[in-house]
Design a protein. Structure first.
Length: 200
């Protein structure tokens, strides 16, 4: 058991502070029951936290305040996606925030998912997973999905020249190519915005 714990600890520490995970992330090391026992001991030892039902993190700390920071919501959502084998994508204002187009942190954290519509509590916050068709999630192009969701959140009349200029500077050359190719058959006004973003 000690050797198994060492392997699990190594994977956690190698992933860095803020890493959120479930037993599923260690299924190649040991059986689910054994992993669960090891993680429970690590919680008791104070190395990791239990932040939700079957969800743990290797907490970030704030040396100045001497405490632990709240779990990373994106990390938690991705841990759940790995566990259930979902494809997910930040929805609406969350997508705009992740792109840097909005400084407002959404009160309601929503991800599109090809899994069932449901919610999961992470400490005192709730992550909502909203079922969507596969083509809405852009599983093959995360950046394209973010841009489309952000554009839909703002709407045609609220997408400004400043936003376009910001994305033009933020996105890499390869991301722009990927974006243009992916959105080619999408909503007409969004495609027009994408053309402006990707135009040299």
């Amino acid at each position: 058991m000690n050797k198994l714990r060492e392997q699990i600890e190594r994977r956690i520490t190698d992933s860095g502070r803020g890493y959120v995970f479930t037993r599923k992330d260690f299924q190649d090391i040991a059986a689910s029951g054994s992993v669960g026992q090891i993680l429970s001991r690590m919680v008791k030892d104070g190395m990791i936290r239990r932040v939700g039902r079957g969800i743990f993190d290797f907490p970030n700390t704030n040396p100045a305040l001497g405490g632990q920071l709240s779990p990373d919501i994106d990390q938690a959502a991705n841990a759940l996606a790995r566990k259930f084998r979902w494809s997910i994508l930040p929805y609406g204002n969350l997508a705009a925030n992740r792109l840097g187009l909005s400084q407002q942190v959404p009160a309601k954290i929503v991800y599109l998912s090809n899994g069932p519509t449901k919610e999961h509590r992470i400490e005192n916050r709730v992550i909502y997973f909203k079922h969507a068709r596969p083509k809405e999630i852009y599983a093959d192009s995360y950046i394209s999905g973010l841009v489309v969701q952000a554009m839909r959140y703002f709407g045609k009349d609220r997408v400004s020249d400043e936003m376009i200029a910001y994305l033009k500077q933020k996105l890499s050359h390869n991301e722009k190519i990927e974006l243009l190719e992916t959105i080619h058959y999408g909503t007409e006004w969004i495609y027009e915005v994408v053309q402006k973003i990707t135009k040299d």
